[in-house]
Ligand binder design. Structure first.
Ligand code: PLP
Length: 393
């Protein structure tokens, strides 16, 4: 039996929502269906609001800290959800995953060192590396018939003595891969042998479709745990990204200390009261039930889109993602330039999507569409796309 409904979408316009209220600034129009930024249209679950409301009844919101029970909540979630056993002392804080990636990168490299990414990938990785004086090396993912894998031969060939870390997206945004134990194992072997640390962005780890199973990279072996940082958050999972509360698991004590030094240097350890309260409310039995229902609903949307595209717009190639509510459309068959594809979605289709190009090399000719909205919105978007495509040429 379902306890939650995901069919009704609350109007977010006028709430300083990036997804809705920045449409005009980003796309030149605000009458677009917003299927861009990775933020869900679903209401944040009620039990999270109840916890926030309870805390808000206290009249003082002064400096706060996360106590032992906070870390234990995370330990329990990781054990129950991912069968990963960690110690409370291995958890540290970051307001967002992206600033955490930066702190980890700073902890293990110097200005002028090289950091690897695997494109197409979540583009703030590029800014984090380049705007902080590091050199970005790219190990393009290998794509064969829409299936993406890591290119280990190329990876080995680009490593130099200055290569200090690789930032991975696990599961991978935007291609939707849940990296397998074999793939992660091979990556760990290469990194371990070359003194490279793995900074693993696992923000999408809870949004995985059965039978796929997320593997936190540090959980696969002792070697992996020795060289990895695992960043996670309840932000994507429960639609609470506006609370800026995330965490990192670092099992190597030396790396943990180095990370904490950076956290201290930036004075970012504090966090905020409501983010802490929301995290504990989210990582609960109720949270797990809500998440399972949300995943079923989103998977329904994703299956709908895949079937629709395959039957009615087969020149678009799209694979079912193993994880994330993001769909990665290969539109290369239409031979549009980057600008033509951008204009087509804004002016002809009427949907705000993310352009493939922004995800780096290998992204041209693709678009990323967010399916975490109501079924009715998804159906409408698909009809609009079909009509716009049939009007082409
Ligand atoms: C792979 C990935 N990492 C990080 C983020 C954002 O993290 P945060 O807002 O916590 O910095 C996103 C959001 O879309 C993402 O997809």
């Amino acid at each position: 039996m379902n306890n939650y409904s995901f069919d009704n979408i609350t109007d977010r316009r006028g709430t300083n929502s990036v997804k809705y209220d920045l449409l005009k600034q980003r796309y030149g129009k605000d009458d677009l269906i917003p299927m861009w930024v990775a933020d869900m249209d679903f209401d944040t679950p009620p039990f999270i609001f109840e916890a926030i409301a309870k805390r808000a009844q206290h009249p003082i919101l002064g400096y706060t800290f996360r106590d032992e029970s906070y870390n234990i909540t995370i330990v329990d979630w990781l054990k129950n959800r991912h069968q990963w056993d960690i110690e409370p002392t291995q958890i540290s804080f970051t307001p967002g995953v992206v600033p955490g990636l930066l702190m980890a990168m700073e902890a293990v490299s110097e200005i002028g060192d090289e950091i690897i990414v695997q494109t197409p990938v979540y583009f703030p990785f590029f800014t984090t590396i380049k705007q902080n004086g590091r050199i970005m090396l790219n190990n393009n993912l290998k794509e064969i018939d829409g299936n993406y894998t890591m290119d280990f031969d190329n990876l080995k060939s680009i490593i130099t003595p200055k290569t200090k870390a690789i930032i991975i997206s696990n599961p991978h945004n935007p291609v939707g891969r849940v990296w397998s134990k074999e793939e992660l194992g091979e990556l760990v072997d290469i990194c371990y042998d070359n003194g490279i640390k793995i900074i693993s962005d696992e923000i999408h780890s809870d949004i995985v479709f059965s039978p796929n199973k997320h593997l936190p990279i540090s959980s696969i072996s002792e070697k992996a745990a020795e060289i990895s940082f695992v960043f996670m958050a309840p932000s994507k999972t429960f639609n609470i990204a506006g609370l800026s509360t995330s965490f990192v698991v670092i099992q190597n004590t030396k790396l943990y200390k180095k990370y904490e030094k950076k956290l201290d240097a930036f004075h970012l350890w504090q966090g905020n009261i409501f983010g802490n309260v929301a995290t504990q409310a989210a990582y609960s039995k109720k949270g797990a039930e809500w998440l399972d229902e949300m995943l079923d609903y989103v998977e329904g949307n994703i299956n709908y889109v895949i079937d629709f595209i395959n039957e009615r717009i087969p020149k678009i190639f799209v694979h079912k993602p193993e994880a994330t509510y993001l769909l990665w459309f290969d539109m290369k068959e239409y031979g549009m330039t980057h600008k033509e594809l951008t204009d087509f979605f804004i002016n002809d289709v009427g949907i705000a999507i993310n352009q493939g190009r922004i995800f780096g090399s290998g992204g041209d000719g693709y678009i990323r569409m967010n399916a975490a909205t109501s079924k009715a919105v998804v159906e409408n978007a698909m009809l609009k796309l079909e009509v716009a495509i049939s009007n082409l040429r």
